[in-house]
Design a protein around this ligand. Structure first.
Ligand code: UTP
Length: 618
């Protein structure tokens, strides 16, 4: 191959500083990246393509803390460790860390939730929403998907409204940062703008965009070039949700929140609608235990494919509490404390809590750490080797990082724990898998984590909350959607977080002992100022909108006695539901037949909601 001296072949008339380009090229040459410029024709030829590559290299350099050089050095080390099979947990003894295991809605849960709601007056929120969602296969962004079909509220709306509701209690606008990526940024912004940020104050929601990182072609960390167009572009891939820490540091957001007096920062994912059913209680746990890091978790079955929150003690007595991936946990346990490996204990669950990647971090500790390491947290590499010699890859790889690995570098003495919500259906039901994958996961005894299960768990949780408060809620109907069998279709009860964002709200606004909800019904409460004093929802649907006046309530047919009064804010009406009996045709959750045309949102759930009749209160 014709090898040229790259510096002499830099394009003429760079719009960017030629000295800086030369310095970057020089640095890359020192890191063994000469192949990037091999075959460059003399100056004056293909200058545009050269400029494009240089611009991309500058961009990659700028968007990684420490620059491209550091990235290549980190990659070389991690690729070496991977090839040599270095065990990151060598010599560590695992044990179960400190934490709380709570029954959803129990007295302890509610005490902690109350404390957490109060503490949330000083909480900032971070949604990681840069993922492609390849497994789900939805063509839109995941946060635009409806959480459930009864109200149609999308994930982003639900999250924003929860944060508004918590903020209203504390009399403070709580910040929300959303991490996007090139795959999701424009559409996330458009969704927010279309809905005027659902009423969030200007500046309350900030978008931070993660960048991709360079792919690596081999164990020497040579950057991988795309073959098209003569190799003038580096191949890139996502770096993972761990980027969020670097971005919160580099944008100054975390420091700003700390300076504004915020104490907690809560991280959550794009499609777990139930997160705010558990998050306030987790904030309460963080307050009660003075945790620096608190992972919201669920009970984990031995060998279940979710990470385990584990305390690791090193031979010198130091310890850390981190997420250990399920495939690492079993060999670690076998080699140390249990020759049987990853097995259930007498509770029929693994003693190690299952990580669901929702975190409450103490902001002062967080910011101190960010200043120490710039937010670059434990990276890893996962090359798919061509054969056992581990000398070549099947396809290029890249460094990745995960949000939950943040505690790995915390100093000794940090307080890291967990909050388990024992009822998984009340805390974690993410929408991750396509219908086909969901069905095969369910068939092998695993959670399907589909749009279907996400919606059905939402109704189940709402119904069980009402039941626990004393309402008569009739049991679920059996259902089958998208090949998922033995499903439970509870009455389709849903309410806006602005109506109730915690147990105490619900108890205050619903006289549950005077409420009956029949099996094949739906109850949708959108009105922030609704109050239910007595209701017999026998059959059909009741929607409480709260946007109209008393006249419309009367027009509901004389069955409804509703009074309208001034709400807390403009446009909010108090709607009091008293002595209301509902009996109408209602809405049918009808399974789609195999070849039936359907909207994507319906197709991934496996049903269509056929609306035949309802009572609407204004
Ligand atoms: P998931 O595990 O659901 O991954 O991410 P994903 O990339 O969205 O989906 P698949 O694997 O392609 O099917 C967990 C959370 O992390 C975010 C996702 O948006 C989701 O909220 N995420 C993931 C990022 O923000 N950035 C990433 O690079 C990856």
């Amino acid at each position: 191959m014709h090898i040229v001296i790259p510096l002499s072949n830099l394009p003429r008339h760079c719009s960017h500083s030629p000295q800086q380009d030369a310095a970057l090229v020089e640095a890359l040459l020192q890191e063994g990246q000469a192949h990037l410029f091999e075959g460059w024709p003399p100056a004056g030829e293909r200058d545009q393509a050269k400029r494009r590559l240089l611009a991309q290299l500058r961009h990659l350099d700028k968007s990684y803390a420490g620059g491209l050089r550091k990235y290549i050095q980190n990659a070389r080390q991690l690729l070496h460790d991977s090839k040599e099979g270095v065990n990151p947990f060598e010599g560590c003894v695992p044990s179960v860390p400190e934490g709380e295991r709570l029954d959803f809605g129990s007295q302890r849960f509610r005490e902690l939730e109350r404390a957490g709601v109060a503490a949330a007056a000083n909480a900032a929120f971070v949604l990681v929403a840069g993922g492609l969602g390849e497994r789900l296969g939805y063509s839109g962004i995941k946060v635009a998907l409806p959480v459930e079909s009864a109200s149609g509220q999308c994930f982003l709306e639900l999250y924003v409204k929860h944060i508004l509701a918590l903020g209203a209690k504390g009399g403070r606008a709580l910040p929300l940062a959303i991490m996007t990526s090139d795959d999701t940024h424009t559409r996330t912004l458009a969704l927010l703008e279309k809905h005027a940020y659902w009423g969030a104050a200007p500046g309350q929601v900030t978008l931070i965009k993660q960048e991709k990182v360079a792919c690596l072609a081999d164990n020497d960390a040579h950057l991988a070039l795309l073959e098209k167009d003569g190799g003038f572009e580096v191949q890139t891939k996502p770096h993972g949700h761990g980027d969020v820490h670097m971005l919160l540091h580099s944008t100054g957001l975390a420091d700003k929140w700390l300076a504004e007096g915020f104490k907690w920062v809560c991280f959550f994912q794009d499609t777990n609608g139930l997160v705010f059913r558990a998050l306030p209680a987790a904030i309460g746990v963080s307050e009660a235990h003075d945790f620096d890091v608190n992972s919201l978790a669920v009970p984990r079955k031995a060998k279940e494919a979710i990470g385990a929150i584990t305390k690791l003690t090193y031979p010198d007595g130091r310890h850390i509490t981190i997420n250990v991936e399920y495939n690492q946990l079993d060999p670690l346990l076998r080699a140390t404390i249990n020759p049987q490996g990853d097995v259930n204990d007498s509770t029929n669950f693994s003693p190690f809590p299952g990580n669901i990647n929702q975190l409450v971090l103490k902001l002062s500790t967080y910011c101190a750490e960010l200043h120490r390491h710039g937010g670059v947290i434990a990276e890893f590499v996962n090359p798919k080797y061509a054969d056992a010699s581990k000398t070549a890859f099947k396809s290029s790889t890249r460094l990745e990082c995960m949000m939950q690995d943040f505690p790995k570098s915390l100093p000794e003495g940090s307080r890291v724990g967990f909050t388990v919500v024992n009822q998984v259906w009340a805390a974690y039901s993410p929408v991750k898998n396509s219908p086909a994958d969901a069905a095969s996961k369910a068939a092998s005894g695993n959670p399907s984590h589909s749009a279907t299960s996400g919606e059905l768990d939402w109704y189940q949780t709402s119904c069980k909350m009402l039941q626990a408060l004393g309402a008569r809620v009739d049991g679920p109907l059996p259902a089958q959607f998208n090949g998922l069998t033995e499903l439970e279709l509870w009455p389709r009860v849903t309410w806006s977080p602005l109506f109730a964002c915690c147990w105490d709200d619900l108890e205050e606004k619903v006289a549950a002992a005077s409420v009956h909800v029949g099996s094949d019904t739906a109850l949708v409460i959108e009105a922030p100022q609704a109050r239910i004093r007595s209701l017999d929802l026998r059959r059909g649907v009741l929607v409480i909108r709260g946007s109209g006046g008393a006249a419309a309530a009367a027009a509901a047919g004389g069955e409804a006695a509703a009074e309208a009064a001034g709400g807390a804010a403009a446009g909010e009406r108090e709607v009091v539901v008293e002595d209301v009996t509902v009996d109408n045709e209602g809405w049918e959750w009808r399974a789609l037949s195999p070849d039936e045309g359907a909207a994507e949102e319906e197709y991934i759930r496996g049903f269509r909601v056929v609306r035949k009749g309802q009572m609407e209160l204004p």
